[in-house]
Write a protein that binds this ligand. Structure first.
Ligand SMILES: [Zn+2]
Length: 102
């Protein structure tokens, strides 16, 4: 029967995949939507490694650090900061504020 045959499908983003059912879910898109490392996936590889090496894999953990502390991590450049700030803002949190900072 032809119904058990896998058919080549192409999703709206152009990913090719094979599915035997009529399920329209594209596995590549599904993986890209993974929420766990959403903000990390926006960063450059060195910046991502720098955060991971310091035990930061979530925005909640990131918010326990100040902007200054994050910049001291090897691999984090000033270009990464706006992305991190935007991600924190979306989560409703922000970098730790230092009271003695000018
Ligand atoms: Zn896709």
């Amino acid at each position: 029967m032809a119904t058990s045959e896998k058919k080549l499908k192409i999703c709206s983003k152009g990913h090719k995949y094979y599915k035997s059912s009529d399920c329209p879910t594209c596995p590549t898109c599904e993986q890209e939507r993974k929420p766990a490392d959403g903000f990390l996936s926006q960063l450059s590889a060195p910046a991502r490694r720098a955060l991971e090496n310091n035990g930061i894999t979530t925005l909640q953990q990131l918010s326990k650090f100040s902007e200054k502390e994050i910049l001291q991590f090897h691999g984090i450049g000033p270009a990464s900061l706006p992305k991190l700030k935007a991600a924190l803002k979306e989560e409703g949190v922000s970098f730790k504020k230092l009271t003695n900072e000018k």
